[in-house]
Design a protein around this ligand. Structure first.
Ligand SMILES: C[S@@+](CC[C@H](N)C(=O)[O-])C[C@H]1O[C@@H](n2cnc3c(N)ncnc32)[C@H](O)[C@@H]1O
Length: 322
């Protein structure tokens, strides 16, 4: 239940990126079900925690996608071509681009790499680390929210790279709108898309509930971030990480569940939680290969090549712009 504000919320909200987080969190806590976009996981701390998730034994998507990219890097690099801007959406640690660059030889000298990520400080650090390994590569990092209009360097053919199954965080209509937006940006090229596949729910459950508690820490970092950036007063010990696979909707849902009746203040607004009340923090939709191809066809792309692993756990698709 939303209780009355003692001070004007607008007067207390910070401007810019923090303002958007505050506005969306206050709106999300006031809505039913309580919900917040997954993009807010990613401040520097959240990005570092995501890198740790990728190294947990349970989180197969990172390992399997890496294997697929390593195995087919040369073929994929041939499709991307030289003399292009390679725009990576939600680029994270910039680890996976290294595999594609490995398949490019001299072609990488004429490639310009444009990693786009919402996690500004993490992006700057990752770009500097990549530059140290590939001194000749032209890197133009763009700190931006790719769901909003943003500027890209101009003048060259553009090809996209969207690994990590980040597209899975968007439900059907949102995923179509996002791919259409990317198709509009990627003139004269295509998109290399990495997306997780439907599988045994037990394996999915384990991937989002690692024994070391890293995914729980990642989920709870959303509240820690609100405390750090917005002066909120979430008690992190009073919320539990909960993740489960819903076969009817083919998605893993992540929630933060209140362990007791409590009140929390965010941006001058007070929010009441009963024991068991939840904040829905992430969806991760799982696809069949056919469903990815249908989605791409409905969103401005022509599905072309597809690579997967022998167990069909994960898929990488080359989608051509129309
Ligand atoms: C699931 S991680 C994948 C990271 C990396 N691509 C990989 O494959 O390991 C999602 C990444 O997308 C970024 N991200 C999420 N939402 C975003 C948005 N709306 N705009 C820009 N970047 C976003 C996050 O900061 C994070 O680096």
């Amino acid at each position: 239940m939303l209780t009355t504000a003692t001070t004007s919320t607008a007067a207390r909200l910070p401007s810019g990126e923090r303002g958007a987080f505050a506005r969306d969190l206050v709106a999300g806590l006031g809505s039913r079900p309580r919900t917040i976009a997954a993009k807010y996981f990613y401040d520097a701390e959240g990005s570092a925690l995501f890198e740790r998730i990728c190294r947990t034994p349970e989180y197969y998507p990172a390992r399997v996608e890496t294997r697929i990219l390593a195995e087919h890097a040369r073929e994929m690099a041939g499709m991307i071509g030289a003399d292009a801007d390679l725009v990576e959406f939600g680029a994270g640690s910039l680890e996976k681009i290294r595999l594609l660059l490995g398949g490019m030889d001299a072609a990488s000298a004429s490639l310009r790499y444009v990693p786009v990520d919402i996690s500004r400080d993490h992006l700057a650090g990752a770009a500097a680390a990549l530059q140290a390994i590939h001194p000749a590569l032209r890197i133009v990092p763009v700190a931006a929210d790719f769901t909003q209009p943003f500027a890209l360097p101009d003048g060259r053919r553009r090809v996209g790279f969207f690994p990590g199954s980040t597209l899975g965080n968007f439900h059907g209509a949102e995923a179509r709108a996002l791919l259409r937006r990317f198709a509009g940006l990627l003139r004269g090229g295509g998109l290399l898309l990495g997306i997780d596949l439907v599988k045994d729910p037990a394996m999915l459950h384990a991937a989002y509930n690692d024994a070391g508690g890293v995914t729980a820490a990642f989920n709870l970092n959303l509240l820690a971030r609100a405390n750090r950036e917005l002066g909120a007063d979430f008690d992190l010990r009073a919320f539990h990480h909960y993740a489960c696979y819903q076969p009817m909707t083919r998605r893993v849902e992540m929630h933060l569940v209140s362990a007791k009746a409590q009140r929390v203040t965010v941006g001058g607004r007070r929010f009441a939680f009963a024991e068991g009340d939840a904040i829905h923090t992430e969806n991760s939709y799982k696809y069949s290969i056919e469903a990815v191809r249908e989605l791409a066809s409905a969103s401005g792309f022509r599905p072309a090549a597809c690579w997967t692993d022998p167990e069909r756990l994960f898929s990488v698709h080359w989608l051509e712009t129309l």
